[in-house]
Design a protein around this ligand. Sequence first.
Ligand code: 3PG
Length: 206
Amino acid sequence: MTNEQKLEQIKKMKIVPVVVLNTLEETLPKMQALVNGGLPCAEITFRTACAEEAIKLTVKNFPDMFVGAGTVINREQCEKAIAAGSKFIVSPGFSEEVADCCAEHGMLYLPGIVTPTEAMAAIAKGLTTLKFFPASNYGGLKTIKAICAAFPYLKIMPTGGISADNILEYLAYDKILACGGSWMMKGTPAEIEEATKKAVELVKNA
Ligand code: 3PG
């Protein structure tokens, strides 16, 4: 899959679930819930120790899922995430070493930005699809529009504070690739499946 095709895939799904796994045992039930809910995609965050193993386990058991790594903040994590089978890499901020590592591997990288300076650092590395994080704390759609006015070729994936209450507003803006979020990941696998179904239904016509 080329990076262009991966971006198309993310655009089609409209939502990238942000998944925090505290234990490896949680992995498969939660991934199954996302698949059953109709959203076979996950950004598994490197903010917990089991992230690398969780990605490996997911890739092995759900080979068709679109699984990437989130909260990747340095080269070491990036190498591990890629070796584990991640299809994309996300950071909360912009990291030059992660950008370089992804470029060396031809890997899709979505760095986080909130300011024009950070956007420029990413653009200098040839990156034009950026995560806007934490979206709701930094002015949400209003700030995204102001940034995209200066850099009209950017595509943005807002994350942080996105929920069923505001996702449609974000998706209505044509510079939004998709939205990231964890709102459907709360509770038991059955609850996750139910919340995922609702989220998928909500964005169906967005
Ligand atoms: C992330 O790291 O991307 C966020 O934790 C997701 O934000 P949310 O929990 O507000 O959806």
